[in-house]
Write a protein that binds this ligand. Structure first.
Ligand SMILES: Nc1ncnc2c1ncn2[C@@H]1O[C@H](COP(=O)(O)OP(=O)(O)OP(=O)(O)O)[C@@H](O)[C@H]1O
Ligand SMILES: [Mg+2]
Length: 313
């Protein structure tokens, strides 16, 4: 059974205006997203700034109320938003944030930061709590003296490890990692990513991995969804997306990945030019008159793309 299934998720934000602060418009941040994540897998969500990636993640973890649609966790309605009722999946889903500098309270010691989720859910004695935090820190490769330090005493990569220790404290099943390494130095990014893969195996974690960096997505993910203005333009296995992209937007994103192999640079440069020309010429065929993606059309069991059908475009 899928660990997570999101069906036709819509998250609209009201826009207020006029002297009476009435709702005058709605921002369709997420506008009909479907995705399924199998246990132990890493699903990548890609797209440019403002495409709705974070809003999707926040809706899944219950931080953004959903306008419509359904979120199923292990086949059951996840139950955020039900009044007077705490979802029984609250412990199972945790989030890692982009900026380890602002997501850790600078006034708190690491002991208090990492034990926060434990204090909310488990009744431990101070000694037990300290031991658990030390175990968690050891799991992320930090020594046990770190519990009495403050966030500013750590590097960016170490802070992200502290964020991960906090996220795994309650033994979650799903971790939503929203741009977990974008604020880190390139040299530290690989370390944190590899570490995330190690603990994934160790703890049988499933990831929803949000990034605008397709190179990182390729390294981390087995399935990918590509968002544009709240909708999906394409989804498939990493292989399908990288080897057989069908939507012009996907092709353009792939073309923009920086070249790592200098011997291929000239060739890639020419391919890139061609894709950019194709994009400018064919953009209007791939999007409706409001500039939004069409509905996804299945291409294989796992691959689908928002390519126009007959009578569209
Ligand atoms: N609380 C909110 N109120 C109003 N609009 C919002 C709110 N949160 C997000 N939005 C809008 O929803 C859209 C999607 O935002 P979101 O943060 O999900 O994008 P994103 O893909 O994560 O972008 P980025 O790559 O910059 O993080 C944007 O237009 C954003 O301005
Ligand atoms: Mg975001």
């Amino acid at each position: 059974m899928a660990l997570l299934e999101v069906r036709d998720l819509k998250v609209y934000f009201p826009v207020y205006g006029g002297i009476f602060r009435r709702i005058v418009d709605r921002i369709k941040a997420v506008d009909g997203v479907n995705l399924t994540i199998e246990p132990g897998h890493t699903y990548g969500l890609v797209g440019e700034s403002g495409s709705g990636k974070t809003t999707t993640g926040r809706a899944i973890i219950g931080l953004n109320p959903i306008t419509s649609g359904q979120i199923l966790f292990q086949g059951e309605d996840i139950g955020w938003g039900m009044r007077g009722h705490q979802s029984r999946f609250r412990k199972d889903i945790q989030m890692i944030f982009q900026d380890p500098y602002s997501s850790l309270n600078p006034k708190k010691r690491i002991l208090d930061i990492v034990s926060e989720p434990l204090r909310n859910f488990e009744k431990l004695t101070p000694a037990e709590e300290k031991r658990r935090v030390q175990e968690l820190l050891a799991q992320v490769g930090l020594s046990s003296e770190t519990i009495y330090k403050y966030p500013h005493e750590f590097s960016g990569g170490q802070r992200q490890r502290i964020g991960i220790a906090r996220a795994i404290a309650l033994k979650p099943k799903l971790i939503i990692a929203d741009e977990p390494v974008s604020s880190l130095d390139v040299s530290v990014q690989a370390q944190v990513l590899n570490f995330m893969q190690d603990i994934q195996k160790e703890l049988h974690l499933t990831y929803l991995f949000i990034s605008h960096d397709l190179g990182i997505i390729r390294h981390m993910c087995d399935h990918i969804g590509i968002m544009y203005r709240g909708r999906y333009v394409e989804q498939g296995t990493t292989r399908e997306i990288f080897e057989n992209p069908q939507h012009i937007y996907t092709k353009r994103l792939l073309a923009a990945i920086p070249d790592l192999d200098p011997s291929q640079r000239g060739k890639r440069q020419r391919q890139r030019q061609l894709i950019y020309q194709e994009y400018d010429k064919e953009f209007s065929q791939y999007f409706d008159h409001d500039g939004l993606a069409y509905a996804l059309r299945p291409l294989s069991d796992t691959h689908s793309a928002a390519i126009p059908g007959r009578g569209q475009g």
